[in-house]
Design a protein around this ligand. Structure first.
Ligand code: NAD
Length: 260
């Protein structure tokens, strides 16, 4: 019997088969989980996501821009209709306006700050609120963060602030939802560099991969990075992590412990 047999997961954040969300979905699928997905609205994006998630035989695929309350309402209504209830919620998405990543941090506009924190951090709170009534007891919520929340990373700028807010929100949700009668767990994975569309928007991802490859204690490269993240996601979403909540777990080959 697979460890997620009979479980259902609602996955946000797959754009293509490079996406971390895709690699999380892949692990959940391989271990028996039924999957439903959301995608950013738009015909071109929808076509891309349909193709990417096809191997997982999704129960549904629903458009949702997480900055729009009406989209969140209709996405979770779709999950309620197709799934009834579910066990796992994956939040693997982020966005910041390009200019806020390429200008000095000092120049961050109010608008860019609000957009980045709304889409990348507040969305976790809104999604958890929508999900709670339809989550099964012992369910798991997982989000994705990055070391830039704690240490200076060139060009991460306002996204670093959004990740700090996301990690803090994750802990507050974990404290509340753990004591809820359903005992829902909420955790984050802090991933090392992974070659995705979002990473390309931030900096020179090839240079970053080389840097991780040189500095991390364990081998870290584009071929296996996302799979490592997917495997820890599988653990956190399964009963193997039944006593783990409010944690940010590094999956970066140990890069974060190195001081030079
Ligand atoms: N790639 C890395 O090196 C890395 C490292 C650490 C953490 N992360 C985090 O992993 C998560 C997934 O990113 P990725 O690297 O897989 O990139 P990706 O580009 O494949 O995925 C980002 C996703 O965010 C979605 N998104 C953006 N704005 C949205 C909105 N308004 N509503 C709904 N969805 C929206 C996109 O559609 C896309 O599916 C992000 O939180 C990212 O910050 C990535």
């Amino acid at each position: 019997m697979a460890i997620l047999d009979g479980k259902k997961a609602f996955v946000f954040g797959v754009l293509n088969d490079y996406s971390i969300g895709w690699h999380i979905a892949d692990q959940l699928h391989q271990h028996g989980c039924t999957l439903g997905f959301s995608h950013l609205p738009g015909e071109k994006i929808e076509r891309r996501v349909v193709k990417a998630v096809d191997p997982f035989h999704p129960a549904f695929l629903v458009p949702c821009d997480v900055s729009r309350d009406e989209d969140l309402r209709s996405a979770f209504a779709c999950a309620a209709e197709k799934f009834g209830s579910f066990d796992i919620l994956i939040h693997s998405l982020a966005f910041a306006p390009a200019e806020a990543l390429h200008q000095p941090f000092l120049q961050t506009s109010r608008q860019a700050w609000q957009t980045a924190l709304d889409i990348s951090a507040y969305s976790l709170v809104a999604m958890a609120r929508h999900a709670l009534p339809m989550m099964n007891p012992g369910g798991s919520i997982l989000t994705m963060t990055y070391l830039g929340s704690e240490k200076f990373i060139p060009m991460y700028n306002v996204m670093a602030v959004a990740k700090a807010a996301l990690e803090c929100s994750m802990r507050y949700l974990a404290a509340e939802l753990g004591r809820h009668e359903k005992h829902i767990r909420v955790n984050a994975i802090s991933a090392g560099a992974v070659k995705t569309m979002a990473a390309r928007g931030i900096g020179d991802i090839d240079k970053m991969m080389l840097h991780y490859g040189e500095k991390a204690p364990l081998p870290w490269n584009a071929d296996t990075a996302a799979t490592h993240v997917g495997k820890t996601a599988l653990y956190l979403c399964s009963d193997l992590a039944s006593g783990v909540t409010g944690e940010t777990i590094y999956v970066d080959g140990g890069y974060n412990i190195v001081g030079w």
